[in-house]
Design a protein around this ligand. Structure first.
Ligand code: IMP
Length: 204
């Protein structure tokens, strides 16, 4: 079983360390099952599109899709924000070819809502593609950091304003394979520019 300390021992990061477990694997599992049941009840017999935001949403989508007892297709979109040292820059979306959205009920599956900017861009794009209905399911939600207010229908956990990794979430592509959510503590002495401007080393 991978734990915060076992992964930390083998996968040290030069700019910080895993500090503590925030949500353990069992709690995640139970909440994902609850969300799946809620979604299945809300959508009744509809045939939905579960739209996974890559890469962070892969683990959550994999588990959530198996907890929703409905016919569905699972689709993917890659969202990246290039913003220097700020998280409020342009969001670039890469759609996987063949995505059929027109007239479909789309549930966007996001790992974490931080400023909300990514969701705004995806929502706009899906409206343009003619989705019949749109809703968002986010595993984690940082209420305090939300700069762009947005209706998130399903929320796994509201969390404090900390940088988290695990269960799909990364820091510099590391730690996605932790089975739980852990707090990543930056090393203050290693301050510097970092990927996508969303690093805890460069808070907006
Ligand atoms: P937003 O557009 O500011 O809401 O950012 C959402 C995206 O930023 C998420 O899909 C994540 O990829 C990333 N992100 C935001 N906060 C964290 C965090 O605490 N850990 C890892 N990734 C994060």
């Amino acid at each position: 079983m991978i734990t915060t300390s076992s992964l930390e021992r083998r996968s040290r990061h030069p700019r910080g360390r895993l500090e503590r477990t925030l949500i353990d694997a069992e709690t995640l599992r139970a909440r994902v099952l609850e969300l799946g049941a809620e979604i299945a009840a809300d959508y009744e017999e509809r045939d939905i599109v579960l739209l996974c935001l890559l890469k962070g949403g892969i683990y959550f989508t994999a588990d959530l899709s198996r907890a929703i007892d409905l016919p569905m297709t699972v689709e993917f979109v890659r969202a990246r924000s290039y913003a220097g040292t700020e998280s409020s820059g342009d969001v670039v979306l890469s759609w996987i070819d063949g995505l059929e959205i027109a007239g479909r009920d789309v549930l966007i599956v996001e790992d974490i809502v931080d400023t909300g900017l990514t969701l705004i861009e995806i929502w706009k794009a899906l409206e343009e593609k003619g989705a019949a209905s749109l809703a968002i399911c986010a595993l984690l939600y940082k209420e305090k950091r939300l700069a762009h207010s947005f209706p998130v229908r399903y929320i796994g956990f509201a969390i404090e304003d900390v940088f988290v990794v695990g269960y799909g979430l990364d820091y510099d592509e590391r730690f996605r394979n932790l089975p739980h959510i852990a707090v990543f503590q930056p090393d203050e002495s290693a301050r510097g520019p970092s990927r996508q401007g969303r690093s805890p080393l460069n808070p907006p």
